[in-house]
Design a protein around this ligand. Structure first.
Ligand SMILES: C[S@@+](CC[C@H](N)C(=O)[O-])C[C@H]1O[C@@H](n2cnc3c(N)ncnc32)[C@H](O)[C@@H]1O
Length: 207
């Protein structure tokens, strides 16, 4: 009897997501790339963002910045489905070969950028219509850098700011602060098919 092989990739709302078994991913790992700040796989919060954006197509979507991008699938979806110019930012250079492989599978290009949240200034953020992030607030020490990043994005005039999370407590601390300062909305979001995911999305409409 033949053993069933694990899938090499999965599809979600029109994007192809490589799994750990995909030859491109295995090759990158063999070359010694091991992300060290949790950018070691595609996290399910990015599926929440994709599903939400698929249902609520943003009015302004020419230029998108995906911060704490990891393998970058939310930005890749924006490039593929919305035709956006996407910049994918992460502090950890080891994530970028995975981002590049995921983008190539989807036949899109995204611009990689190595930077910490703290180093993205108002001037850096000003060209973007959308700031996206999935699962970037997983330590207490990230609350201030993420909140300050959002403040700069609002000041820079970024029109849509969306941060998805599996509902970790540091994320809720950021949400509370953003509700007070930016009238942020918190939306519970759930995806059932083809992959299950559940969490919350903080949405700031900065019109
Ligand atoms: C849990 S992963 C999520 C990755 C991706 N957004 C996803 O949903 O698959 C968190 C990502 O944030 C990045 N990160 C953590 N702290 C950061 C910081 N201070 N500045 C920029 N990126 C950071 C990590 O390198 C990692 O890729």
């Amino acid at each position: 009897m033949s053993q069933q092989q694990p899938p090499l990739a999965r599809r979600f709302r029109g994007v192809v997501m490589p799994t750990a078994s995909h030859p491109a991913i295995r090759r990158i790992k063999r070359q010694g790339n091991y992300p060290s700040i949790h950018g070691n796989k595609l996290w399910k919060s990015s599926l929440l963002l994709i599903d939400y954006l698929n249902r609520h197509r943003p009015q302004h979507c020419t230029a998108v910045i995906d911060v704490g991008c990891g393998w970058g699938i939310s930005g890749i979806w924006c490039a593929k489905t919305l035709g956006a110019q996407v910049t994918a930012v992460d502090a950890d250079p080891a994530v970028f070969p995975f981002l590049e492989a995921s983008a190539a599978l989807n036949k899109v290009q995204v611009a990689p950028r190595i930077a910490r949240f703290e180093k993205l200034t108002t001037a850096h953020l000003a060209p973007f219509d959308i700031l996206l992030a999935a699962d970037i607030c997983f330590w207490d020490e990230l609350v201030d850098p993420v909140f300050n990043l959002i403040n700069r994005a609002v000041r820079a005039g970024v029109k849509h700011i969306l941060i998805a999370d599996p509902e970790r407590s540091p994320f809720f601390e950021v949400v509370q602060r953003c509700q007070k300062r930016h009238c942020a909305e918190l939306v519970d979001w759930r995806v059932r098919s083809p992959i299950g995911a559940r969490g919350a999305i903080m949405v700031i409409e900065n019109a």
